[in-house]
Design a protein around this ligand. Structure first.
Ligand code: NZQ
Ligand code: ZN
Length: 399
């Protein structure tokens, strides 16, 4: 196992009805709240009102900023940051999926610094990100996820899109760790089937990326990742069949948090090549992040598995129950099993079907390497992916 440092500062309140405790929790951290949420789902489900009531019931002042779009944009984050500054908010509460939580993290940083969030995005053309990251100053943040997927609820990262240049990139830093996260699985009952499936693919990808690309021998992390992957596979089907199945929703939500909190990945030094290839796709075409991952995964696996068949074989045996002693054959069965699972949950797709133009792929591959490669000229992983490799992978899942 490699040396590592791990910080898990987020207090977690998990369970049925916990959302109604937001007022009490928030009162520990601030008096004037910017409540950051999406444009529709939290109003429709009534949870926005519930959160507001709890906050106001605790004597807190609340300003609602309900403008966050999926794949949240720099313009929206800047607007939210300005509002928080002008109104002198002292706490940000994020209610929604990864987009609302990520935007809230950006808003928390901008509210303190007054800088445009674009300057912080990794790989941006100004180069300022090299000085501004990691982010060490931001307003405190409390997250209330309504969709199980990104793990943003308890980690220190966020992903923002600069639509003007189609750059989608991350920001991170210790100040972005939420001080608390309220995980109430019942809030995820209303997530539609397509986002439930895409979210499960996202969780699965957060786990397999480090598992397949890492170099260190990390048995504990392997077992954690395998257990979480098996759990997500098992309960995705249940949640799709019965959207209000508590154990299924609770298991998937907790798995989403644990998948990207460090415990499944630190200590083996892995990379996130499939994420680095997906972000520019949703940055250019506004597609669902999890769906983009589902499209890329089988193509990526096929591109690299011969270079490390033993890891693909282990994943297949321990996660999908494949009984094949030859590593190369087991690796091939592992790829087929992953693809079959995506098809079963309705996440399997092609780039063409998502409306992506073939002639835009070269430019997107260039962005993937520039932003995902952070100046190295390639995306790290099982092998170094240069622009021509990324383009080959995009073409392999185009239709
Ligand atoms: O926008 P609203 O109206 O709220 O509706 C959302 C949105 O349309 C809807 N939704 C959310 N909760 C719901 C619900 N609908 C009904 N009932 C509910 N309970 O679902 C749609 C998708 O929401 P979104 O927040 O965009 O999805 P997700 O959670 O998958 O977040 C995706 C974003 O997170 C980034 C992605 O790149 C993408 O921008 N990521 C963030 C990460 C992080 N911070 O650590 C890591 C990830 O790898 C990822 O890159
Ligand atoms: Zn992801």
């Amino acid at each position: 196992m490699l040396n590592f440092q791990l910080q898990m500062p987020t207090r977690i309140l998990f369970g049925k009805g916990e959302v109604d405790d937001i007022g009490r929790e928030a009162a520990k951290h601030g008096r004037k709240i910017l409540l950051v949420t999406g444009r529709g789902s939290t109003k429709k489900s009534g949870v926005l009102d519930r959160v507001r009531r709890s906050l106001e019931g605790a004597g807190l002042e609340v300003i609602v900023f309900d403008r966050i779009e999926p794949n949240p944009r720099t313009t929206t984050v800047d607007e939210g940051g300005k509002l928080a500054r002008v109104e002198k908010c002292d706490l940000i509460v994020a209610l929604g999926g990864g987009s609302a939580m990520d935007a809230a993290k950006g808003i928390a940083a901008v509210a303190v610094s007054g800088r445009p969030i674009y300057e912080y995005l990794v790989g941006n053309k100004t180069g300022l990100w090299k000085e501004l990251l990691p982010i060490r100053e931001a307003l405190p943040i409390i997250t209330i996820p309504t969709l199980a997927a990104t793990g943003s609820e308890a980690n220190s990262g966020a992903v923002i899109t600069h639509w003007e240049s189609n750059e989608k990139a991350s920001i991170s830093g210790p100040a972005l760790y939420p001080v608390a996260a309220i995980l109430d699985p019942e809030l995820t009952y209303t997530v539609p089937a397509s986002y439930t499936a895409d979210g499960c693919v996202d969780i699965f990808t957060h786990l397999y990326e480090g598992y397949l690309t890492g170099e260190g021998d990390a048995r504990v992390q392997d077992e954690i990742a395998e257990g979480l992957m098996r759990t997500v596979i098992r309960f995705a089907k249940t949640a799709l069949e019965q959207p209000d199945h508590y154990e299924a929703r609770a298991s998937i939500l907790w798995a989403s948090t644990l998948a990207l909190i460090g415990i499944a990945g630190e200590g083996r030094g892995g990379a996130f090549p499939v994420h680095q290839m997906e972000h520019p796709l949703s940055g250019h075409y506004d597609i669902s992040h999890g769906r983009g991952l589902a499209i890329l995964t089988p193509a990526y696996y096929r591109y690299v598995y011969r270079e490390r068949p033993e890891r693909f074989a282990q994943l297949g045996r321990r996660v999908f129950g494949i009984q094949e002693t030859d590593d190369l054959l087991a690796a091939e069965k592992s790829i087929a099993a992953t693809e079959a699972w995506f098809k079963q949950i309705g996440a399997w797709d092609t780039l063409q079907n998502q409306g992506i133009q073939r002639d835009s792929l070269a430019g997107i591959a260039s962005d993937a390497v520039r932003i995902g490669g952070r100046g190295k000229g390639y995306i790290p992983g099982i092998r170094e992916l240069r622009e021509s490799d990324v383009l080959s992978i995009y073409k392999a899942c185009y239709e």
